[in-house]
Design a protein around this ligand. Structure first.
Ligand code: AMP
Ligand code: ZN
Length: 468
């Protein structure tokens, strides 16, 4: 399997740090509003990457944070006259609803920056102790020039950066030893959320959040770190400087970045105001259509959002879903049980679609070509099945279609779909049954969920669930 590594600017063979395992960190959204469909691109892309690794038998530890302390969150809280916490909690909940609609698998862990402050303080202290950071008037800065490899991810030269940065130098920052130095900890301003630290009551800088959360939940070295291409510099460059200086080890082996989702060929962003929220799209389309639209392009190519492309995606997805529905209908009415010899030979021909699909995914996750392989299978299915086909032949084709579309996170078997809300309801009912000592009912609910591919885990914090 090959993937493009921003670090080397080349496609590289994927070799995991630990056999059979993938440790993956994806920078998540800042939660001060509904997510827009630009934010949805990395979610869909890297969920698909995860799904393919799982399809190949890897055990994937997938961590993605929510940035829940930030100037924009504070601003929104002040505007509404509520706490920052209320804003971030609200939009995390809304984001999770959108993610569920896009069939994004729940992460192994979604750490919240505000719950990991003590670890960040500890990491900053390590950087100070090692001479990579210094404090000035309650603010802690990273001593960028001290990290010799600075610029290795974004392929920038420090001196070019310096001349660019000089003109950007703003008042209040002249206390820095060097214009390139960036903030690790900043003192609070009146009315802002803050935490105690050896330097001041304040809050962490954005970059240190991810360095710490990645280390805490995945360890000092990970396989893949990912996000949108705007994060290469400075966010990921700074994360590397922090993590590698603090831990004395290479941080991530592979760095993956998706290209932008554009509208009228400009980056979709909250600051430009040219965005569409995922929620708005969901009023017009099933979010599966949005997912299919995103996967119809290679993740490193810019993708322009348009009504026409969304319509084309809707039609494309319908073709696949219709093929699955048709197979199900034929299966219900099939008279013959077992596959004939001729059907066996026909089914063997589908191998080529599986090979095409895998080859595409293994070529830096070329989902556009993988979708083409699925269409080939759909075409084959439509032209080789009929009322006389055997149940075995039909169900083999159906299972194959479900297996491949599931890697792309597309749900083609509508009846099997179970919504997060329904799962939560059943879990609540099961808890109530247990309380009432109705263990038979509690077990029945567990089995019912298991049959739908939902695994429950009882933990001290409550019941957690995941899709099998
Ligand atoms: P933010 O909330 O701005 O920190 O963004 C969260 C994630 O969405 C990051 O990985 C960004 O790189 C990504 N992102 C933001 N806007 C776009 C866009 N227009 N196209 C693709 N990815 C984006
Ligand atoms: Zn990050």
């Amino acid at each position: 399997m090959e993937l493009y590594n921003t670090l080397s600017k080349k496609k590289e063979k994927f070799v995991p740090l630990e056999e059979g395992k993938v440790k993956m960190y994806v920078c998540g959204p800042t939660v001060y509003n509904f997510i827009h469909i630009g934010n949805a691109r990395p979610m869909i892309v890297f969920d698909t990457v995860r799904r393919y690794f799982e399809y190949k038998g890897y055990d994937v530890n997938f961590v993605s944070n929510f940035t829940d302390v930030d100037d924009k969150i504070i601003k929104r809280a002040i505007e509404e006259g509520v706490s920052s916490d209320e804003i971030s909690k609200r939009y995390i909940a809304e984001c999770k609803k959108d993610m569920d609609g896009m069939n994004i698998k729940p992460a192994t862990k979604n750490p919240l920056a505000t719950e990991e402050i003590s670890g960040m303080v500890h990491m900053i202290q390590t950087l100070i102790d090692k001479g990579y950071a210094y404090e000035k008037n309650g603010t802690v800065y990273y001593r960028t020039r001290k990290f010799e490899e600075y610029g290795k991810l974004s392929h920038k030269n420090l001196d070019d950066l310096r001349s660019g940065e000089r003109s950007l130098l703003v008042t209040g920052e002249d206390e820095k030893e060097d214009p390139l130095d960036f903030v690790l900890w900043k003192p609070k301003k009146e009315g802002e959320p803050s935490w105690e630290s050896p330097w001041s009551d304040g809050r962490p800088g954005w970059h240190i959040e991810c360095s710490e959360m990645s280390k805490k939940y995945l360890g000092e070295q990970i396989d893949i770190h990912a996000g949108g291409e705007d994060l290469v510099f400075p966010h990921h460059e700074n994360e590397i400087a922090q993590s590698e200086a603090a831990n004395g080890k290479e941080f991530s082996k592979y760095w993956m970045h998706n290209a932008f989702l554009n509208i009228d060929n400009k980056k979709m962003s909250k600051s430009l105001g040219n965005f569409r929220t995922v929620r708005e799209i969901s009023e017009q389309y099933d979010l599966q259509v949005l997912r299919f639209f995103m996967l119809s392009a290679h993740y490193r190519s810019p993708l322009n959002f348009s009504a026409d492309l969304m319509e084309a995606s809707k039609n494309g997805l319908e073709r696949i879903v219709n093929a699955a529905e048709n197979l199900k209908f034929l299966m219900k009415n099939a008279k013959a049980e077992s596959m004939t010899e001729e059907e066996g030979k026909l089914f063997a021909q589908t191998d080529v679609f599986v090979k095409d699909f895998e080859r595409s995914m293994e070529d830096d996750f070329n989902t556009a070509d993988a979708v083409a392989a699925v269409f080939d299978l759909v075409k084959f299915t439509n032209s080789n099945t009929e009322a006389d086909s055997s149940k075995e032949f039909l169900s083999k084709l159906f299972d194959l279609l479900v297996k491949l579309t599931d890697v792309l996170g597309l749900i083609v078997d509508k009846e099997e779909e179970i919504l997060a809300e329904d799962i939560e309801k059943l879990i609540e009912e099961r808890q109530a049954a247990r309380k009432a000592k109705d263990f038979a009912r509690a077990d029945a609910i567990r089995d019912e969920l298991l049959a739908k591919g939902i695994i429950l885990k009882d933990t001290r914090e409550g019941v957690q669930w995941k899709k099998a």
